[in-house]
Design a binder for this molecule. Sequence first.
Ligand SMILES: Cc1cc2nc3c(=O)[nH]c(=O)nc-3n(C[C@H](O)[C@H](O)[C@H](O)COP(=O)(O)OP(=O)(O)OC[C@H]3O[C@@H](n4cnc5c(N)ncnc54)[C@H](O)[C@@H]3O)c2cc1C
Length: 428
Amino acid sequence: MDRSNASPAARASAPSADVLVIGGGVIGLCCALELQRAGRQVRIVEKNTIGSGSSHGNCGTITPSHAEPLAMPGVVAKGLRWMFRADAPLYIAPRFDPALWRWLWRFARRCNARDVRAATEAKSALLQASRALLETFVRERALACEFETRGLLYAYTDPRQRDADLADLPWLREVGIHAEPWDAARMQAEEPALRDDVIGGLLFPGDASLRPDRYVAELERLARAAGIQIVEHCGVTGFRRERGRVVGIDTTRGPQRGRDVLLAAGAWSPLLSGQLGLALPIQPGKGYSITFDAQRRPPSRPLVLRERSVCVTAWGSGFRLGSTMEFSGYDDSLNRIRLDALVRGAGEYLREPPTGARIEEWYGWRPMTFDDVPILGRAPGSDNLWLATGHGMLGVSMSMATGRLMADLICGREPIVDPAPYAATRFG
Ligand SMILES: Cc1cc2nc3c(=O)[nH]c(=O)nc-3n(C[C@H](O)[C@H](O)[C@H](O)COP(=O)(O)OP(=O)(O)OC[C@H]3O[C@@H](n4cnc5c(N)ncnc54)[C@H](O)[C@@H]3O)c2cc1C
């Protein structure tokens, strides 16, 4: 439903907008809000409804602590070992898919200390800027999104995993990430929802959390109040060009012209950019979540059940288990084995497994670049097509700084962070 004020016919033929934003997830919304604030007139074009993509059912953790990339030494061997285990936290579907195998090859080549450091520094700058902006924004605008600042807690059952993570702490401190190791007694005292066999934990006090669907709803509310035009159920099918320059888009409801066009279509972005001959190296990294009613004795802060890679987020309004990273192309099935693995994994750490109705079983496609760094800035070879995509596992965490950076770049202002590491030109 298009909830803007004009009649459907007038809207469908709407001749022009100042900035057209493709995609109404957290990234498109934050870019639109910042651009409007900078004095531009913005229209968001969304093929379904606002917030219906990956921004809907994710875990809602805000994690500057997660600056390290997925492409780490040892990950490829683990992925290959897990390839035939249908409930593994990282799963690569054994299928013929040349684009995926090319992506995996480039991913494997990044699993070395030098590239890990570069990606960590790039992500950390954006994550920390975003964390600070988010807290100010939520408080100043009184966003009703269950924002909490109690940190994020890793829970361990295997001393080898804990020791491996502890060994990383000195270098994480160098990029501004602080963590407090907790022993078993402290874990029990702070989080009685955890079982006795949890041997220790690691608290990241700088992390936070929110309820992502409510965050999106609040961003949408602010966008409409600011006069941003939102056109839903309007799929972009291609770009209009004149003399080599992008001058607008084709949509399922007719063409639209724009002075600037910003592509923020998450995991779908390469499907559109390919039409301009721009091969964005993004694969959908599928993840699942299950949302329950609020639980009787929930953990007091978000948890990562480390060996099972399951994230637990408890809000006043609900309780969510989420995780898994599956590379199986644009496969839209809900895999029962992987959903059940979330509940089974949680049962190994929580005294009381989640009870009550399952409000929602969900999957989302994370927009994964092979270097795990988002793509932000001008599209190569264009002066008015902009890219804000590839946020992988951290789009909610990076949303605010992404919006600010894109508005800085499009409006020619001093950028909030150095944009160089995020440029699409890095792919050659
Ligand atoms: C299980 C899971 C847990 C996660 N947990 C966290 C977390 O705890 N913290 C965190 O920071 N991140 C988390 N993430 C990642 C986060 O959800 C994503 O990085 C983020 O939502 C990406 O936002 P986006 O706006 O780029 O994409 P999306 O939210 O997917 O939005 C893209 C939008 O573009 C629209 N679109 C696509 N094609 C077209 C077209 N042709 N025309 C018009 N519109 C189009 C789509 O309909 C969609 O609404 C998680 C993801 C998953 C799957």
